[in-house]
Write a protein that binds this ligand. Structure first.
Ligand SMILES: Cc1cc2nc3c(=O)[nH]c(=O)nc-3n(C[C@H](O)[C@H](O)[C@H](O)COP(=O)(O)OP(=O)(O)OC[C@H]3O[C@@H](n4cnc5c(N)ncnc54)[C@H](O)[C@@H]3O)c2cc1C
Length: 395
């Protein structure tokens, strides 16, 4: 039987990064993956430029049943640490909006960097290797593969979540977790567009391609001031993807089109500033031309009237309607397009310092399979790097 000190399941962002660091400690390390290519999600990330971290990373930018869990790992491996690694490999980056760092080179350059790190550390990588069974024996873990069993003292599970099944996503991590007595927080697609049915779907379809800054909020989640994009099936864009992570079926998605930071004056304000401007023109002035007609539904009476001829009561009602536009999605686009999986291996069974299992010595869960889900904007990769680094200290 082939024997290793550390066997890592999943050659994605977290698995490759962890492999390089465990092997650098002198641990005989093998990372296996059932796919033909490693880290394919890195390749497609950030529109091909991998938004690899976020300078504003803090525990509050993650969802988890335990909001404190991610703190330790995130504090010990920070965005600057990954930037230093990139720099050492001659890679550069650009800060886009909101602290998001994108690679100046193509995403593939980050995969190459990870593979170089793996090779330099002496760790081995084996692709096209599905896992059929995981057992724990007195000699450690035994993982069955078509090429025979692999034995290791430490087993790191880094097989990610369920999003984008056509790229090889599976629920292996959750199966292994349950097998060894771990709870799994119910999983759901996150950072995912909303879909609508009926009249709303038809309305939005006519606006497909229209984008505008909004404040979006779902459920009890925080508000996000970013862009919304109308699609043929519903709503997408950063503000919507962010809100979707907090949405539960049946809940409303609330849009505020007049939130202060968006810089759009209320119609009451406009009545004072530009009293002779017709309401229709005022709407067209603030919103994309294709959207304005839909918004006129929020006011009764002729929209050609100058603002001064519309009662304060009606304009207040319009301001309120545009500040609290409650929509009821029929669902989300689901795993097919979700950028991440919310929920996952429950943090109550893991050490926040090392990501080690409290139930079985030598077992670790890292990356997206853990119930730690980042906002849009590089936070999920930062969790992949930080959780991998934490586990690699001891695995
Ligand atoms: C379209 C898209 C764009 C994204 N853009 C960004 C971005 O710009 N910034 C950001 O921070 N995050 C982004 N994300 C999220 C980010 O890609 C993930 O959070 C991150 O890749 C998780 O890393 P991971 O190593 O935990 O899992 P993964 O990267 O998913 O790796 C898991 C690995 O395990 C393998 N595997 C799965 N099941 C098995 C099995 N049964 N047997 C063997 N191997 C298995 C898979 O083949 C895969 O290689 C994006 C996601 C998507 C889908």
């Amino acid at each position: 039987m082939e024997k290793y000190d550390c066997l890592i399941l999943g050659a994605g962002a977290a698995g490759l990064f962890c492999a390089a660091r465990t092997a650098a400690r002198g641990r005989r390390t093998l990372v296996i993956d059932h796919s033909a290519k490693p880290a394919e999600k890195v390749r497609i990330s950030g529109g091909g430029r991998c938004n690899f971290t976020n300078l504003n990373t803090r525990a509050e930018t993650f969802l988890s049943d335990n909001p404190h869990f991610a703190k330790s790992a995130l504090a010990r491996y920070q965005p600057e640490d990954f930037c230093a690694l990139m720099q050492a490999h001659g890679l550069s980056w650009t800060e886009k909006t909101l602290g998001q760092l994108f690679c100046d080179q193509k995403s593939g350059a980050i995969i190459e960097m990870l593979l170089k790190e793996v090779a330099a550390s002496g760790a081995s990588l084996r692709l096209n290797t599905p896992v059929s069974d995981v057992r724990h024996t007195v000699d450690g873990f035994v993982v069955s593969t078509p090429d025979g069993p692999l034995q290791a003292e430490s087993l790191v599970v880094a097989t990610g979540g369920l999003s984008i099944p056509k790229m090889g996503a599976t629920g292996l991590a959750y199966d292994v977790a349950r097998q060894f007595g771990h709870e799994v927080v119910p999983v759901r697609p996150a950072l995912v567009p909303f879909v609508f049915d009926g009249e709303t779907k038809a309305d939005f379809a006519t606006l497909a391609g229209v984008s505008l800054p909004v404040r979006a909020r779902a459920g009890n989640g925080p508000s996000f001031d970013e862009a919304l994009l109308f699609t043929h099936r519903g709503l997408s864009g950063p503000a919507i993807l962010q809100a979707s992570s907090y949405w539960a079926e049946g809940e409303a998605l609330t849009l505020n089109l007049l939130a202060e930071p968006l810089g759009r004056p209320t119609f009451m304000q406009q009545r004072q500033d530009t009293p002779s401007r017709p309401l229709q023109k005022a709407l067209g002035h603030l919103f994309p031309a294709r959207l304005a007609p839909l918004l006129t539904r929020f006011i009764s009476g002729a929209v050609q009237r100058p603002l001064q001829q519309i009662s304060e009561r009606d304009l207040r009602a319009l301001d309120e309607a545009l500040s609290q536009w409650a929509l009821h999605p029929s669902g989300t686009e689901g795993w097919r397009t979700a950028e991440v999986t919310a929920g996952g291996v429950a943090t109550n069974g893991l050490s926040s310092r090392t990501l080690a299992s409290h139930h079985v010595k030598g077992l670790f869960f890292i990356g997206e399979c853990v119930d730690v889900t980042g906002w849009l904007g590089g936070y999920n990769f930062q969790w992949a790097w930080a959780s991998a680094a934490a586990a690699a200290e001891v695995a």
